[in-house]
Design a protein around this ligand. Sequence first.
Ligand SMILES: [Ca+2]
Length: 378
Amino acid sequence: MPTQRVILSLIALLFSGAVLSWCLLTPPLTAESAKPIVAVEKEPRPAPPGMIWIPNGKFLMGSRDGKEDEKPVHAVELSGYWMDATEVTNAMFQQFADATGYVTIAERTPTRDDFARLTDVSLIKDEDLVPGSICFNPKFDREMVKQLRDNQGNVNWPYAVWMLQKGANWRHPHGPESSIADKLNHPAVHIAWPDAVAYCEWSGKRLPTEAEFEYASRGGLQQREYPWGDKLQDSDQWPLNIWQGEFPEEHHVRDGFELTAPVKTFRPNGYGLHDMSGNVWEWCADWYQPEYYSDSPRRDPHGPRDSFDPNEPGLPKRVQRGGSFMCNANYCLGYRCAARMKGEPSSGAFHCGFRCVLSPSEHDAFAKAPAQQTKTTR
Ligand SMILES: [Ca+2]
């Protein structure tokens, strides 16, 4: 079906998690590299509201045992920066939208040209060119899930369990009948990369680099699986908002949240950051390339010059990090500190949001940003 082809193409942009097997050698961890991060730069001034100082230091980025695009483990040195303590919430995004009149991509009516790179646009019906975004399809075809296999023979269920929900956007996360009235302290979702950048420009902040996100996520620990250590949970209490049960058939909701959770529900990591693992995926500034770690700069890496995803070579992809309430052990494991994901920039989804960072050198511009001017004139 034409509509289904479009939906599948859109979904493929966000959820093509398979990566090529790159023959990268992981260097041994040396005595020097095993040292804990040492903060040597003091916070230059008080943190802006809602932000936390992440001290400069050195860390080991990537994973020895994870997916191929997480290798090789390599030392990275970062300058200090502030980071939002939480994902950008609906209340925060509402302030931005009210002040600027900004309309997110999911709220705009798409044209055939928007899908030119994805499919034969002549197959798209006029009635399907309506605003919307990607949501989970609770009525997914279980037989179709079983039939879809990738080239390794694994079940390729993502293509069947997502749908393009007409009318879904950050104001209406699950379609026109839904609302954020009781979710103002939940992360804003259905945020495409340009939407996040527009918010950053208004607020005087920026998206984190992928290295800044991973460094901050690790919370001062070296080469641990999760922001708090190597064990997913120490007790019956879940430390993050993910999916419990066999995805997509069973969702036991043992963490208490079927969908997004209010930010700060779960305990912060060593830096005081919440939901760096789980709740919603978060956009980073970097283009995605699976082999980037093999020759990335040691100091303050900003990602490759352009994007390359071997699964979809013609489509640009930006990095996403941290996993979401849809991740679980038999699915994406995106909530591991080293886990990488990528998304087509113009595609948001009901589990995709962001948070911002700010460098000391950017503070003067931050102080003059529209968001700050709005506050001072109130
Ligand atoms: Ca998150």
